[in-house]
Design a protein around this ligand. Structure first.
Ligand code: PRX
Length: 648
């Protein structure tokens, strides 16, 4: 998988605008390099300075305990509370009446919550959770639309020391059941529904269905959002507003050890079981806080809009924990970017005078496709900085974003990171780093990426290889929930002592990083990272399917689209109707974002001798590639010929 070829040569350069650099916290490349060298020379001092930006109820004794590597402990002996950092710290100042969340629902309803409001609601809900028997160390599952109550629920968990496990609202019943089961959650927080493209996402119905598949959950709290009729199960289901009515607004934040688990966030891996990525309190908050401040050069007067759903890590770190711990004003929008028109995002930017916009390349590609007239209808002059995350951004999309949205005046930060890294690791600093469209540029101070070939030797400039991080950093994942072995093998065994990202990348001659995509089989559809195995399991759960393999194929809009190769149980006739039925089946069991664009029927799948499906070959077939590469490990070559015959 190493030694990836480079085909992309990008010559365009953009210097940070002078007026931006003049005011920025890190205002030149020289300043960045100085800080980088400082962090390299004395990492403990560098990280301690970052951690000191938070409020600790007890100071740490040791910055990093790496004696149990690869299991890291940061700021040991220290105590703090993430909810205190995000709320109490601000309500004790003039920020009490500053807007924390400016929220807009898809139907157009809007709410503003000040830090004072958010603090009161969080305290009340923390007491509600206590009343339901939630204790420090418990795990609470949250499955909600993008409403302020989602952030309130998270902060309330953090306040009492319960870990939250947020499930993206696009998932459906089986995915909920699997995650509830793995986290052993006894309490689940949801809503009747959420608004999406004018319709209702039936969240409560999905939960009801999920709870027929697991017996784990004892109490369900339901926030009323859509107000359509939903059945409530006596003794199990409770309305949020009823529980909140009498809850006390007094709930001091529990001082927690730095390494206390803050949350689990499930992400797809290459095996069927989703991985519960574990983040803890002190280290995660330290880097969430510092990166928000540096990368977005955040100011008191900014209106910060990270468009990600809170169900993904981007939303955890850059809608909730990072901006709120900095006392920022964040925008939250519930619905689809093209409802009621293709200019919904731009009308929100104009209406709330958004100054920093952070979104995904998949969204940018959709905006490009919809046409320039949509952003052109709006005054976007409030924007001063743009960001992207989640996938490599192709240079043309970068240029469009810069020109059409940024009006040529806003720097763009292309931020590389992962659920596992907790926060941004590689990115331009907007006042310091000259940018090249398509490159995430340089590592942040304290972060040491290395690109290695398959033998573990560092690659030369412009030689593609495997991206690793060679020193621990505070917001790194601590383990895979209840599966420490998987943590070790997945991330630390490829190159002992180094964290393996699973991404292919290269450095160019200026030391700029270019991400070349995943080296494993994970498929990235519209910013969602999907494990092949989960989609395959969903297909195979259909009674007519015997076996399935899915691969990604490039898609102009979504990044990748899913192509499924399906072997039917014997005697089952192939038909277009069944093809559609299978697509719907995946949409129903996993969520519509996971729906295969193509379903191809085949009598058998190409496999290695050990029985592993050769997705590499399937990918080539899916994209119509003629050169199939090395097939010497293929068990039955005739299978390939057959597959091609089966093509539509
Ligand atoms: O392949 C990289 C890609 O997204 C992966 C991480 O996905 P996830 O855990 O879902 O987190 C997404 C939000 C942080 C990475 O391994 N990726 C993320 N950001 C970039 C990127 N690829 C290229 N450029 C980026 N800026």
């Amino acid at each position: 998988m190493a030694d990836i070829d480079t085909v992309l040569i990008e010559k365009r350069r953009f210097k940070p605008p002078a007026i931006f650099s003049k005011k920025a916290r890190i205002g030149s490349l020289a300043e960045y390099r100085k800080l980088y060298a400082k962090a390299e020379k004395n990492p403990d001092k560098f990280w301690a300075e970052r951690a000191a930006e938070l409020r600790w109820t007890k100071k740490w004794k040791k910055v990093l305990d790496w004696s149990g590597a690869p299991f890291a402990k940061w700021f040991t002996g220290g105590q703090l509370n993430a909810s205190d950092c995000c709320l109490d710290r601000h309500v004790e100042t003039w920020r009490k009446n500053k807007a924390a969340i400016v929220w807009e629902g898809e139907p157009g309803d809007a709410r503003v919550l000040t830090y004072g409001d958010l603090h009161r609601e969080t305290c009340k809900f923390a007491n509600v959770l206590k009343g339901l028997g939630v204790k420090k160390g418990d795990r609470v599952t949250i499955y909600m639309p993008l409403v302020p109550e989602l952030a309130i629920a998270m902060l309330a968990c953090a306040r009492i020391g319960a870990a939250h496990s947020v499930i993206f609202g696009g998932f459906t019943s089986q995915s909920i059941a699997d995650r509830v089961e793995d986290a052993e959650s006894r309490v689940l927080i949801t809503a009747d529904g959420g608004w999406r493209r004018g319709g209702i996402v039936p969240l409560k119905a999905n939960v009801d269905d999920a709870l027929t598949k697991t017996q784990r959950v004892e109490k369900v709290v339901v926030f009323r959002r859509t107000a359509h009729d939903v059945p409530m199960k006596q003794g199990r289901d409770f309305w949020w507003h009823e529980l909140m009515q009498d809850a006390s607004p007094d709930c001091p934040a529990e001082p927690l050890d730095s390494e206390h688990m803050l949350y689990i966030l499930y992400t797809s891996g290459t095996t069927g079981k989703p991985k519960g990525v574990v983040h803890t309190t002190g280290g995660y908050m330290t880097w969430a806080h510092a990166t928000t401040e540096w990368v977005f050069d955040l100011r008191e007067e900014d209106t910060f809009w990270c468009t990600a759903d809170i169900g993904w890590v981007t939303g955890h770190t850059y809608v909730v924990y990072g901006p709120l711990s900095n006392g920022a004003t964040v925008v939250m929008y519930e619905g689809a970017p093209n409802f009621p028109g293709n200019d919904r995002f731009w009308s929100i930017v104009e209406k709330y005078r958004v100054s920093i916009l952070y979104t995904a390349p998949t969204a940018i590609r959709a905006f490009m496709k919809w046409g320039d007239e949509w952003p052109a209808k709006h005054d976007l002059s409030s924007l001063r900085l743009l960001g992207t995350v989640g996938e490599p951004i192709n240079p043309e999309a970068w240029m469009w974003y810069q020109r059409m949205i940024g009006g040529g005046r806003c720097p763009i930060v292309d931020t590389w990171w992962q659920t596992e890294t907790g926060a941004i690791l590689v990115t331009p600093l907007p006042g310091a780093t000259p940018t090249k469209p398509g490159s995430a540029t340089l590592p942040l101070p304290g972060i040491f990426p290395e690109i290695l070939d398959s033998t573990g030797k560092p690659c030369k400039p412009d030689q593609g290889g495997l991206l690793t991080i060679s020193r621990p950093w505070p917001s790194m994942l601590r383990t895979v929930y209840r599966d420490p072995e998987r943590y070790k093998t997945q991330y630390w065994s490829r190159f002992p002592g180094k964290y393996f990202t699973g991404d292919g990348a290269r450095f160019d001659r200026d030391g700029y990083l270019w991400i070349m995509g995943r080296v494993d089989d994970v498929i990235k559809v519209a910013g969602h990272r999907l494990g092949t195995a989960e989609v395959e399991s969903s297909l195979v759960s259909h009674p007519k399917v015997a076996e399935a393999a899915v691969v990604g194929k490039p898609d102009e809009l979504k990044g990748e689209a899913i192509c499924a190769f399906v072997t039917l149980r014997s005697g089952q006739p192939k038909s277009d109707e069944l093809r559609r039925e299978l697509q719907e089946h995946v949409a129903k069991t996993m969520g519509s974002f996971a729906k295969p664009e193509q379903v191809r029927f085949t009598d058998s799948l190409p496999k290695t001798r050990s029985g592993k499906i050769m997705r590499r070959l399937l990918r080539k077939i899916a994209t119509g590639d003629e050169t199939l590469g090395d097939t010497t490990t293929l068990e039955d070559l005739s299978v390939l010929a057959k597959l091609r015959e089966d093509e539509e």
